[in-house]
Design a protein around this ligand. Structure first.
Ligand code: MSP
Length: 648
């Protein structure tokens, strides 16, 4: 199965205004997983990552350190590259937007868009958020000043600018989303993008004159005071890395199979980027896949709170493979995730130690004790056909989960064979079989376990490359295209072999291995005491806009409602908040609403509450309501809104 199909996988290029944290590691690890799997099955993979080095944000970060932007960018870019090398990330190319070939490619693209009639010169007047490197209209701002994305103050900008005719591509973009239901993953995110584009697209200002740390316009424009808008510059990296515009193109990898990104930069990748590509007459990517946001112990990570997690520290303390497993298993792709040492330790001790590690230890122990470590697979089907079938069925289901970015489901399914193997040992008890002198049956059982572990290690390789190779070594084979084909696809058995003894892969962890971070209580925040102490005339504490934006409010449609039998107060609801599946919410509104009257109505949902159990039922959100002497009433939108619409 050596098909050599070109597969191009990208991460975002990371801003060099700061060093990497676990959010960056997460995107990169997912991309690495897809790349490793694709290589193993014989695809010709090109995996790109790199750094985004131009723009006002970087210029200012360098100024703060009294360094030139390039010297500063060199340093931070190297920290990203070193980190990925430490993590053995299998990238094929590391692009920097300060690379000469990239700058040339961006200029060529600018010229081509201009020649296509998609660029014109005008005056821009608007509000700019330096942190997000994004323009906003007045109506998009919060309180006429603050950025709707990050809550920071915006600056008024009025300057001459070149514009890209984004508006011209509105219908073509909508046609792309409609004709390619999987172009944006997860699917719920595609709906958000469609709604945004249907709301109307304005032309995009794509040059700036107020600073100069950026790619200059092509010389023929004779307009050197302009530099390119950092997002035009940055997005182009996906094709300049293949040599676009240099005359030495390696465009066989284009279009990308998947651009992996975080949800905060979806608009740039799902709207601007395809529009730029249309203007350049280039094919559009197959998938733009947007993952969720990582918090730490329930809090947003930020430098001022001192709670940013260094991925290297985690990997050094817990092992890179364990960290990879945790990140991919812990959160459904697209959902937000919370990092805590407790959650990581639980996963290591339970899924990895108890389930996988223990299985390997049992296998090594049994084979040594009963068969001098020699394993022969010839009678597995004779005694354990149903176990084998169950395992094969799970293994054959895995691949689509991976390419649909459902990595948590991939791992969930991969753990089924491990369960089958552990159960088979408990059920058939090799020690009893040996006592009863059923040696052939006992050998077949040991071989069944070895073959299950072989298949599991192959399919686990993209996620846990180091550990999987150790398991394969113990089982006397190597993980590569050949063994993947033989054992995972054609379901062949391992040849007769002698198992090697290896030390336990996942020693139990009893205590946190990194300094424990204590989340600060709200009124103890050292960095912002003044803000938290502020009160209004009625003595009510005032909060900053950042605090308000921590709450994600969404419009939800109630799709199911029923009473909780033993409760006077609670109803069990299913509420569609625009995600792949409705959320279950337990609400204390039984005295005020009959369940049947709620179905089909809309409510306002607090969507980022930590899930909690109420009377044994998981509740994944809260409804907003107002209660006075006239009773309780739910807050509802004045007119119907699409489920998932944010409330701001
Ligand atoms: N430079 C742009 C991307 C340009 S791509 C053409 C950029 N850089 S970034 O460094 O700010 O962010 C890079 C990625 O890290 C984004 O995908 C972002 O979503 C992700 N993350 C940053 N913080 C994160 C978390 N706390 N959690 C998860 N991912 C987060 O945007």
């Amino acid at each position: 199965m050596q098909c050599n199909k070109p597969v191009y996988i990208t991460t975002p290029i990371y801003y060099v205004n700061d060093v990497a944290h676990i959010g960056h590691a997460y995107t990169t690890i997912i991309a690495d997983t897809i790349a490793r799997y694709s290589r193993m099955i014989g695809y010709d993979v090109f995996f790109l990552t790199g750094t985004d080095e131009h723009g006002q944000k970087i210029e200012e970060a360098a100024k703060l350190r009294n360094e030139s932007p390039k010297v500063y960018a060199d340093k931070i870019s190297a920290t990203f590259k070193n980190l990925w090398d430490d993590f053995d990330i299998s990238y094929d190319s590391f692009i920097r937007t300060t690379d000469e070939h990239h700058k040339k490619g961006v200029q060529v693209a600018f010229e081509k868009m201009f020649d296509n009639g998609d660029i014109y010169k005008d005056v821009y007047s608007g509000h700019y958020c330096i942190s997000c490197e994004t323009f906003f209209t007045k109506t998009q701002l919060v309180d006429d000043e603050f950025c709707p994305e990050c809550g920071k103050s915006t600056t008024i900008v009025e300057e001459e600018s070149y514009f890209f005719r984004l508006s011209k591509y509105q219908d073509k973009l909508l046609a792309w989303y409609n004709e390619n239901p999987n172009c944006i993953l997860p699917k719920s995110k595609r709906n958000e993008v469609i709604r945004f584009v249907e709301g109307g697209l304005e032309d995009l200002s794509i040059t700036r004159t107020s600073f100069d740390w950026g790619v200059k316009l092509p010389a023929k424009f004779d307009d050197q005071k302009h530099v390119m808008y950092v997002w035009l510059d940055a997005l182009m990296n996906y094709v300049t890395a293949l040599g676009y515009g240099t005359g030495e193109e390696n465009m066989k990898y284009w279009p990308a199979r998947v651009h992996l990104i975080g949800k905060d930069i979806l608009r740039f990748h799902a709207i601007y980027w395809p529009a730029f590509l249309m203007s350049l007459d280039l094919p559009l990517p197959k998938h733009v896949a947007a993952h969720g946001w990582w918090t730490r112990d329930g809090e947003k990570m930020s430098k001022s709170k001192g709670n940013v997690i260094d991925p290297k520290e985690v990997a050094d303390a817990y092992g890179i493979d364990n960290f990879r497993y945790f990140m991919l298993r812990e959160v459904p792709f697209g959902g937000d995730g919370d990092f805590s040492q407790k959650a990581l330790i639980d996963r290591i001790n339970s899924d990895l130690g108890n389930d996988l590690g223990n299985l390997l230890n049992r296998l090594i122990g049994m084979s040594e004790k009963y068969f001098d470590s020699k394993i022969n697979s010839k009678n597995i089907a004779k005694y354990y056909d149903s176990e084998l079938n169950e395992v094969n069925e799970s293994i054959s289901k895995l691949e689509p989960f991976l390419y649909e970015m459902q990595l948590h489901r991939y791992l969930e399914e991969l753990w089924r064979p491990i369960g089958v193997a552990n159960k088979a040992i408990d059920k058939y008890q090799p020690w009893t079989l040996m006592k009863e002198e059923k040696t052939e049956e006992a050998m077949a059982l040991v071989a069944l376990i070895a073959n299950i572990l072989a298949r599991v290690s192959i399919m686990l390789y993209p996620i846990m490359p180091v550990v999987s190779k150790k398991i394969a070594n113990a089982l006397n084979f190597e993980i590569d295209n050949g063994s993947w084909k033989n054992f995972a696809i054609e379901q062949k058995s391992l040849p007769e072999f002698t198992i090697s003894k290896i030390p336990p892969l996942f020693p139990r962890i009893e205590e946190p291995l990194m300094a424990v971070y204590e989340p600060q209580k709200n009124n103890e925040k050292q960095s912002e005491p003044k803000v938290n102490e502020a009160k209004n005339d009625e003595g009510v504490a005032l909060i900053g806009i950042d605090d308000f934006f921590k709450t994600s409010l969404k419009i939800g449609t109630i799709v199911q409602a029923e009473e909780l039998p033993k409760s006077d107060k609670l109803l069990l609801l299913k509420v569609d908040v625009g995600e792949d599946a409705p959320r279950q919410i337990v609400a204390g509104i039984k005295e005020f609403y009959a369940p049947e009257a709620l179905v089909g109505t809309q409510v306002c949902v607090v969507a980022n509450l930590k899930p909690a159990k109420l009377m044994g039922n998981l509740s994944e959100g809260m409804l907003l309501a107002a209660k006075d002497e006239n009773g309780l009433h739910l807050l509802r939108p004045e007119a119907p809104k699409t489920a998932g619409t944010p409330v701001k």
